[in-house]
Design a protein around this ligand. Sequence first.
Ligand SMILES: Cc1cc2nc3c(=O)[nH]c(=O)nc-3n(C[C@H](O)[C@H](O)[C@H](O)COP(=O)(O)OP(=O)(O)OC[C@H]3O[C@@H](n4cnc5c(N)ncnc54)[C@H](O)[C@@H]3O)c2cc1C
Length: 483
Amino acid sequence: MTTPASSPPVLVLFRDDFRLTDNPALHAACATGQPVLCVAVQDEVFKPEGVIGWWMGQACTALATALARRGGSLLVPQGETLPVVCDLVKTTGASQVFWNRRYDPAGRETDTTLKSVLTEQGVTVHSLAARLLHEPWTVRTGAGQPYRIFTAWWRAARELGEPALPLPAPAEIRFAPVPEPYSTATTPSALHAPDLPADATLAAQYWPCSENAAQTALDEFLETALVHYETDRDRPDREGTSGLSPYLRAGLISARQVWHAARKAEARSGDHLNTEKFLSELGWRDFAWMQLFYEPDMPTRNLRPEFDQMAWQNDAEAFQIWKDGCTGYPLVDAGMRELRATGTMHNRVRMVVASFLTKHLLTDWRKGERWFYERLVDADPAMNAMNWQWCAGTGIDASPWFRIFNPVGQSEKFDPSGAYIRTWVPELAALPDKLIHTPWKLDATLARHLKFVPGSTYPHPVVDLKQARAIALERYKTLKPAG
Ligand SMILES: Cc1cc2nc3c(=O)[nH]c(=O)nc-3n(C[C@H](O)[C@H](O)[C@H](O)COP(=O)(O)OP(=O)(O)OC[C@H]3O[C@@H](n4cnc5c(N)ncnc54)[C@H](O)[C@@H]3O)c2cc1C
């Protein structure tokens, strides 16, 4: 399609979809044949604090670099989305705005208002589906209600058939010139993303940020680990999972790309079992977003109201000890230190540390949820909240409160030789495999030989597991069913 050089641009807003491939908003904008102005507004929603803020900034820069390679740029104006976009529309004379839909409460509210204001001004808004396999309202019970149980939701989702095929990156992007008043608002100089916390020493090295890096992570996983996924996904001492969650979070890759690539790998290997298990994890991601869509206060409210009566201990010192990875339980401490240094933690270990905080330390899950949100490079409002409520037993399809993970048993089962613990708790590195899970059982002679001083080289356990478990079960018994 050819259009006059002076034709007004169309705007594409990027928020959590910093990619060229399978980006329906960008694709549709390019298909108009009009010049395209790529914009990422630095509002509060886009620029959260903590490690995730740094990561979103990295993703934004990566997109700007990819656009620059094609001769364009990314505009990153500061301010609230509504006035900034309205001003851009006025300044450029744009008659169409494109974006991919968001499902978090703040994002939805902003986008609903923006759409109605722009529509009133005669601007056509195109919002498209990009983030999930299935949008939250598309999978419903026969009675038209949202599902509350994952297995039933997943069955119904599968009946909708395979998700749409991913779109290719646009063959050509005809860039609009950056409007004069915004000439200094391009990346990287105009981007004000938070720095990494000083103690996140390994995050930048762990997480190269680009669409290519996401694709490489996917390819490597499909080639080497998918065929062992069912068993190895629970092993923090192995490279058993995809490592894709930060890339999915910033939209450097889409769930549909991952889904269809896994299907292709399945066709090559014939391995149905492991592929299905992996795809169902992508299903959990959708399920979390479906929950947040219908329960927008999921990050702050017990979805089982009887837990409003829970007498949490909320001991500030114990919470700090947990955050610092000094509980005296090696698997818990390894996970908490991995989180601080790298911005990630293995899923199995996330479950163990969350159970330990809420049940053994009787600390309100919301405190743990906030700490994770501050430190995770994949911090996601839906997945973090759903999983914390799952671990604490307060969620709608959750592990029951009385299922209390024993951090020693979990450690012996999933990190049998202690390789994961040795990586993150180096002061335990010399301990024999058998004792690395229970350093307090080291006898005096061996301790002397290893120059290991219990309580000094490594802390004594912060609580007695048996006693703490009994208290947790007692507290649970006092909850009365919500009326
Ligand atoms: C307490 C707690 C908090 C969590 N907070 C987050 C969070 O903020 N952000 C986040 O992305 N994940 C969160 N998870 C889920 C999970 O731990 C991570 O998605 C996973 O560790 C990412 O590693 P991976 O990409 O290698 O996963 P893989 O095993 O390779 O799984 C592939 C993808 O499936 C999805 N997935 C996997 N497990 C889950 C799950 N339990 N729930 C929903 N989706 C899942 C993710 O998108 C993941 O990238 C949390 C889990 C727990 C127990």
